[in-house]
Design a protein around this ligand. Structure first.
Ligand code: AMP
Ligand code: ZN
Length: 114
C-alpha cells in the first residue's frame, strides 16, 4: 500500500533497524521504544489488523509468534519474561494500520492492561 509506513519499511523506502527478516516477515526496532527491547514484528503483506485476517493467514500468524519467541531468546529476555501485544483498531490503540506485533521487554512491565 503506497501510503503505508510499514509497507514502505518493507520496501526499504524508509530506513529501520532490522533485527529479523525472511520471505514473509520483517522485524525492526520501534522508533519510540517503551522498554529496552521494543521490536515490531510485521508481515510483509499489507493486512490492516486482526480484523483483516482469515484462515489462509493462520501460518503467517503462527510464524509471527515464533519470530517473537526467537527474538526474545536472542535478546536475552526469554527467561525473565516479555510481552507481546497486537493493537487493533482505534479503541485498541492501533496507530499504524498495518498488522504488527510488539515484542516488549528488558524491564519489569506493569500489570495494567487497559
Ligand atoms: P500501534 O499503536 O500498535 O499502531 O504502534 C505503532 C508503533 O509503530 C509505535 O510504537 C511507533 O513508535 C512505531 N513506529 C511508527 N513509525 C515507525 C517507524 N518509521 N519505525 C519504527 N517504528 C515506528
Ligand atoms: Zn502496509
Amino acid at each position: 500500500m503506497v501510503d503505508c509506513v510499514f509497507c514502505r519499511i518493507v520496501k526499504k523506502e524508509i530506513p529501520s533497524t532490522v533485527v529479523y527478516e525472511d520471505d514473509d516477515i520483517i522485524a525492526f526496532n520501534d522508533i519510540n521504544p517503551v522498554a529496552p527491547v521494543h521490536i515490531l514484528i510485521v508481515p510483509k503483506t499489507h493486512l490492516k489488523n486482526l480484523s483483516d485476517v482469515s484462515e489462509e493467514h493462520a501460518p503467517l500468524l503462527g510464524k509471527m509468534l515464533l519470530v517473537a519467541s526467537k527474538l526474545a531468546e536472542e535478546k536475552g529476555i526469554s527467561e525473565k519474561g516479555f510481552r507481546t501485544v497486537i493493537n487493533n483498531g482505534p479503541e485498541g490503540g492501533q496507530i499504524v494500520m498495518h498488522l504488527h506485533m510488539h515484542l516488549i521487554g528488558g524491564k519489569q512491565l506493569g500489570h495494567k492492561m487497559g
